[in-house]
Ligand binder design. Sequence first.
Ligand SMILES: C[S@@+](CC[C@H](N)C(=O)[O-])C[C@H]1O[C@@H](n2cnc3c(N)ncnc32)[C@H](O)[C@@H]1O
Length: 291
Amino acid sequence: MVTGLSPRQALAELTARLAKAGCPDPAFDAAWLLRLVTGRDPRLDDTPLSEEEAARLGSLARQRAARVPLQYLAGRWPFLDMELAVGPGVLIPRADTEVVCEAAADRVRERPAPRVLDLCAGTGALGLGVRSLVPAARVTLLEKSPEAFAYLRRNCAEQAARPGPAPVPVQGDVFTWQDSLPDGQLDLIVSNPPYLTGAEMAALQPEVAFEPAMALAAGADGLDFYRHIAAAYRRPLRAGGWLVLEIGWRQDEAVRALLTAAGWADVGGQPDFGGNPRVVWAKKPADENNL
Ligand SMILES: C[S@@+](CC[C@H](N)C(=O)[O-])C[C@H]1O[C@@H](n2cnc3c(N)ncnc32)[C@H](O)[C@@H]1O
């Protein structure tokens, strides 16, 4: 980027460069990067770019043109009423996950101090999102990847400043962690686990390929995590407690079927903002003793 360009000129140049690189929303990305570097709104402030600003913008433009996700370059990203730390090594929180937070929060809003567990937490978007909607919730968040866990710990620490019990990040493996949980204590389990199939992993968009494979891949049919959660995580729920899952848009039927076959009650779901299946929920039967 050239020193001395006005923000408006820089914006036009950056947009053209990102469009040429095939970025899906070049004007949005260019405006975001310009604001990140200069803090100025090109409609209100015509001060030319300094040498330092031009160099930094040039470096970010090169990375974005190589399809590094905008969110990784920004380092923080809005989710519900929070701003979460993100970067290489952790899944970028998606707007569609906000629908899952709302559906989950609706299930425990009336309880005085609900116990909530977020499995495969990444940045903590889902569990911290439920806490932002239900401040009395006591939320534990489980993540296996050391890289992702560093972001989770930071986001939990930041959110602890808000009213309510401090969220608790835990590093562990969803495939074994159930063994450490007592029977019948939790009101709600939420999870947005990895859910892509082998074929989907082979055809990722350039930006998604920068995200960790461990956050995405879930075996040949994409259902490995759902199968395990359905089988192993009803015991730690209280009778009448809820499981709320984010799913891939083609997994609605399969996930509902495996929950029903595993003995869950009141299996249902809800679409996302785009009308695609996104949330599946199920209840531990009210009369079920621990498994
Ligand atoms: C699809 S991402 C979801 C992240 C976050 N819940 C969200 O909605 O943005 C799945 C997460 O599961 C984590 N993960 C993968 N395998 C795991 C395992 N065996 N135990 C716990 N977490 C795991 C990944 O590191 C990743 O952070």
